[in-house]
Design a protein around this ligand. Structure first.
Ligand code: FAD
Length: 413
């Protein structure tokens, strides 16, 4: 059975990897180089304990406050508002406590087997820079810390390792590079983090080892569909045919979905990172900075800071103001400036749905066309579970988990 994967980000590669493991002939077709779009410079957290949909109660109020500050965690480009309006209206509708609870339960169920699937990668020869130090949340505001603690203190009830509240002395003991402005924190001891590019590379290699093909710098420009079946996809170098097709083109997926008349309301949530090579300051844990929503991930040869959410449509323009905002959002929590041998600035487009849930399953009215996107802030975290579920669906027609909350048909109008 041949499966053509449209998009070779972390999602496409993870599905391709699982499919090739189950004996499918996989062709990954990517407009650029696999793993080099949003899946490249992210923070790499694998954090099932933070299974929160982006639309949440209070988000609209907080967002409006952030919008008044040029370097707040959220920025909406005024010129993009008319185009984004239908998506924004849907987003606001999903901020009710009921929708949030529904979304959170769905994401928690989806991410339950996530860590186990990451553990299984090494056993299958997928060699990547994976760390298992947990995730540390640092707070400079006592009220913010308390409200986050209220949400996280019952994690053990859901089968996750219990969150631990930390005093200022305890968190500074764990991470001496933090500033004394940090008043305390929360340790999530079960979480992992990965250097995403090492994982993309290893997955692509494993697909090739199993006889698959990676077609890089080959954009899919059309999808030919007849009688409820996709017959081929068109690229500048010719048509590609397969038994099944998977749309996993991240933030670019909506345009391709339109080719078969499928309305997929996915937009881009732009984020930025700076990777500091050979940093003079070392960290033991990935850090989430509670009030500014920025984060930091330590790797073998570098440290990466990242964050912000910019809604400005589908474009990869790197805005220096937003990069400066990320730097300030992190600097507030550190005792000293972060300096190293060299720095690389990066921008990535998170694929965002208005209800905060990924889209996983068969494209409506199609028997051999599937979609897997919309993972927003959790595309790395949910990559392996997405790969396993989608491969099960494509190869066997069903999955162990009820995928109804993620149904591609929920946007039908
Ligand atoms: C600053 C930042 C920090 C983040 N931190 C984390 C984190 O800590 N943990 C986490 O889980 N997630 C994190 N994320 C989110 C995560 O990076 C994304 O959810 C994830 O990378 C999305 O993967 P993807 O495969 O769907 O999309 P992408 O990686 O963008 O891949 C889509 C691919 O499709 C290809 N494509 C596009 N159009 C076409 C076409 N026409 N034909 C063929 N191919 C095409 C592109 O070239 C691209 O390679 C972060 C994101 C940002 C921006």
């Amino acid at each position: 059975m041949k499966v053509a994967m449209i998009g070779g980000g972390m999602i496409g590669l993870s599905i391709g990897y699982q499919l090739s493991k189950q004996g499918a002939a996989v062709e990954v077709i990517d407009a650029g180089d696999p793993g080099m779009a949003c899946s490249f410079g992210n923070l790499g957290w694998i954090c099932p304990s933070l299974s929160d949909p982006v639309p949440a109660p209070g988000v609209v109020r907080t967002s409006l406050r952030w919008l008044l500050h040029a370097d707040g965690p959220l920025y909406i480009r005024p010129g993009a508002v008319p185009h984004l309006l239908p998506w924004l209206v849907q987003f606001w509708r999903h901020c009710s406590p009921r929708e949030y609870a529904h979304g959170q339960a769905a994401l928690m169920a989806l991410s339950r087997s996530s860590l186990g699937l990451f553990d299984a990668l090494a056993l299958d020869g997928v060699d990547c820079e994976l760390h298992r130090q947990g995730l540390l949340l640092a707070f400079a505001d006592r009220q913010e810390m308390q409200s986050r603690w209220e949400e996280l203190k019952s994690l053990a009830d859901f089968g996750y390792p219990a969150a631990q509240a930390l005093t200022q002395a305890e968190i500074l003991d764990l991470e001496p590079a933090l500033s004394t402005r940090v008043l305390g924190g929360v340790m999530l001891p079960g979480e992992y983090h990965v250097r995403a590019d090492t994982l993309s590379r290893a997955l692509a290699q494993r697909i090739i080892d199993r006889g698959g093909t990676i077609s890089a710098r080959t954009a899919v420009v059309d999808v030919e569909s007849r009688g409820g079946s996709v017959r081929s996809v068109t690229t500048p170098s010719g048509r590609i045919q397969a038994d099944h097709y998977v749309l996993a083109a991240g933030a670019w997926s909506a345009a391709l979905a339109r080719k078969v008349g499928y309305h997929l309301p996915v937009t881009a949530g732009k984020g930025y990172s700076v990777t500091i090579k050979a940093p003079r300051t070392r960290f033991q844990h990935p850090l989430y900075f509670g009030e500014t929503r920025a984060g930091l991930s330590p790797y073998a040869d570098s440290v990466r800071i990242g964050g912000t959410m910019e809604l400005s449509g589908i474009n990869a323009r790197l805005d220096p103001t937003r990069i400066a905002a990320v730097r300030r959002a992190v600097r507030r929590y550190l005792a000293d400036d972060l300096e190293g041998e060299s720095e690389t600035e990066w921008v990535g487009l998170r694929p965002m749905t208005a209800d905060g849930l990924p889209v996983l399953g068969r494209v409506p009215q199609h028997d051999n066309f599937f979609v897997a996107t919309g993972h927003a802030m959790e595309g790395i975290s949910l990559s392996q579970v997405t790969g396993a579920l989608m491969a099960g669906l494509i190869m066997g027609g069903s999955t162990d988990l009820d995928l109804a909350p993620f149904s591609p048909a929920r946007f039908s109008r």
